[in-house]
Design a protein around this ligand. Structure first.
Ligand code: PAF
Length: 278
């Protein structure tokens, strides 16, 4: 399977795919079944697939978070290979991606980037868009696949792509969960086995909310009460928000596509999840 580490080699290889419907799955590696479901979907829907593996420094606001982000290139290459020996992997260096220095370009995202994950992680989405813009520029994909676990990221990318008249179609893919309901994430590997098992309560509580007749105060009460029984899990925020604007919903019954969003910190590991409430 073709693995490209150098930008020049990648550009040359990309030029051989002219006229083909190309799908890209941008990742930061440490691939899990969630990523693999995106890659398998891309393989079914595109004539050629590129998986990018790059731990993007400009989207991390804390150096220790970047330093401890898991990396497993050899295992990642093997997992992609199982889906298709013809899938291309691009795992560039930071110098190739940021020849001008590690800086994110400030984006105008109508506030989508300053709430929830953006409120706590200033400049995070500027970093995400900066790297996605670079990858799209290099690969010129027709289709790009993103998981709904990072729902805010998906909406931010969709907004940027629309505003910038990007021709790549953004394809949302459903959350894939571990057996206990925990949303799959590369960060789950940083949890202790005990915390990882216990973390199943997050999705269970979210499912209880789904059946709560769209009563927002009752939903917030369930979530806060559930978390008080799991003191090592720190609830960073819980929010009922409208899917497209990500603005907090006041009346869930009349709301357009409301979702429940949660962010949690456990022993310094940040977990996020969301479910549709209607
Ligand atoms: O979701 C991720 O893994 C990253 O934010 C992405 C989209 C690959 C950009 O670095």
């Amino acid at each position: 399977m073709p693995l490209y580490r150098k930008l020049e080699a990648l550009k040359l290889a990309r030029s051989n795919y002219k006229g083909k419907a190309l799908g890209v799955v941008p990742t930061m590696g440490a691939l899990h079944l969630g990523h693999l479901s995106l890659i398998a979907k891309a393989k079914r829907e595109s004539e050629a697939v590129w998986v990018t593996i790059f731990v993007n420094p400009t989207q991390f606001e804390k150096k220790d978070d970047l330093d401890k982000y898991p990396e497993s290139l050899t295992a990642d290459v093997a997992s992609v290979h199982e889906i298709g020996a013809d899938i291309n992997i691009f795992a560039p260096t930071a110098t190739d991606m940021y020849p001008e220095g590690l800086a994110a370009k400030k984006q105008t995202l109508d506030g989508l980037d300053t709430l929830m994950e953006g409120a706590d992680r200033s400049g995070h989405f500027d970093g995400v868009i900066t790297i996605i813009a670079k990858l799209f520029e290099i690969l010129q994909p027709h289709l790009a696949y993103f998981g709904e676990k990072d729902f805010q990221q998906l909406q931010v990318i969709k907004k940027w792509a629309k505003d910038q008249h990007i021709l790549t179609k953004i394809i949302p893919c459903p959350v894939v969960r571990e057996a206990n309901g925990l949303a799959m994430s590369s960060r789950n590997a940083q949890l202790s086995p005990k915390d990882r098992k216990e973390a199943g309560f997050i999705y269970e509580a979210m499912l209880q909310c789904k059946n709560k007749s769209l009563d927002k105060p009752a939903i917030y009460t369930i979530i806060k009460k559930t978390f008080s029984a799991h003191p090592n899990f720190d609830l960073l925020y819980v929010l009922c928000a409208e899917e497209d604007s990500l603005k907090e919903v006041h009346d869930l019954v009349s709301a357009n596509k409301p979702r429940l969003f949660i962010s949690v910190s456990v022993t310094g590991v940040r977990l996020i999840d969301n479910v549709a409430l209607k």
